[in-house]
Write a protein that binds this ligand. Structure first.
Ligand SMILES: [Zn+2]
Length: 321
């Protein structure tokens, strides 16, 4: 099976953690080491993982960096034959030099649009509210991003330290998103919190990020399956941050057997040192070189994409493979 040549989708990919090394070097005007951007094989913790975002975030503080960052990102994923990307980022992490939320979103959208034209990659932008930001700040970001729904932006997410800031504290944000017709995915169950996975279901999330803790509750797994909630798994990242210890206790197969719409994604291409091809090859090798499994994961991604037209587009692409 030629996974490299297979048209792929990635639903969980952070822009800051996926900027290319050459874009970062060009923007900062200096050489940076691979170690400054990518975690080591024996990454010890989430803390070590998060340190790798320092330099990329510096590149996302002006319009040029945001636009070029997005454009070179699309150029890079096109080489990986990712033909639909839902790229996410937190607009309010890019306002340190005085940009408005609107300027930030528009700059990323320009880069993504140019990338779409040049490299034929369909895209949607997921805006991330941050757990360590105030409710006021998150609501203002949501209000601003909502104006771009269907015009580049496709959904809302909640990112940041899940163990220190439980999802229940953010109910108002998701109630407001629902009122505004903004769909959402929520990082849930990456650091062991089953409560956050349950909360995401109660809040009406269309998808969740990672979802590892869901394996602790058989009833909730059934609920997720029945509701068709997508679970965006990111194996390489999950092992690096210790969200999962090993393939033996990785719940991917278990979730699929329960009928949950699992997809496989990259999370952070540069920080994790990964690509969609690498993720799918790892899964393919790990689960008995099962071609059907790979197609199921890709089909699940297409089914749970925030753009409803994607399934049909990919059905055509996959025909005859
Ligand atoms: Zn993530």
């Amino acid at each position: 099976m030629d996974i490299e040549q297979l048209p792929k989708l990635d639903l969980h990919c952070h822009l800051d953690g996926s900027l290319t090394k050459s874009m970062i070097e060009k923007h900062l005007g200096k050489e940076v080491t691979r170690e400054a951007l990518t975690v080591s094989q024996d990454c010890k913790s989430l803390t070590e993982y998060l340190e790798k975002f320092d330099l990329p975030l510096q590149c996302l503080q002006d319009e040029k960096g945001l636009e070029e960052g997005a454009y070179t990102f699309v150029e890079e994923i096109a080489k990986d034959k990712v033909e639909y990307i839902e790229v996410r980022f937190a607009p309010m992490l890019s306002v340190h030099e005085g940009l408005s939320c609107r300027q930030v979103i528009e700059a990323v959208r320009r880069g993504m649009e140019r990338g779409k034209e040049d490299f034929h990659v369909h895209y949607g932008i997921i805006v991330c509210a941050m757990r360590n930001h105030s409710e006021e700040q998150n609501l203002a970001m949501l209000k601003c991003a909502r104006e771009y729904l269907g015009e580049g932006v496709c959904a809302l997410d909640l990112a940041g330290d899940e163990s220190a800031f439980p999802t229940a504290q953010y109910r108002n944000i998701f109630q407001e998103a629902k009122r505004l017709g903004m769909p959402y995915t929520i990082h849930s169950g990456e650091t062991g919190s089953l409560e956050n996975v349950r909360e995401a279901w109660e809040l009406g999330a269309a998808r969740i990020g990672h979802g590892i803790a869901l394996k602790k509750d058989p009833e909730l797994m059934k609920t997720y399956a029945r509701a068709g909630i997508g679970v965006e798994m990111c194996p390489t990242s999950n092992f690096q941050t210790k969200a999962a210890q090993s393939w033996q206790d990785y719940p991917l197969r278990q979730f699929l057997e329960e009928g949950i719409k699992v997809s496989v994604n990259t999370d952070n291409r540069t920080v994790s040192g990964t690509t969609m091809t690498k993720e799918l090859i790892r899964v393919y090798e790990q689960y008995g070189r099962d071609e059907e499994l790979i197609f199921t994961l890709l089909q699940n991604a297409a089914d749970t994409a925030f753009n409803p037209k994607i399934r049909e587009i990919f059905e055509k692409k996959w025909k005859g493979i």
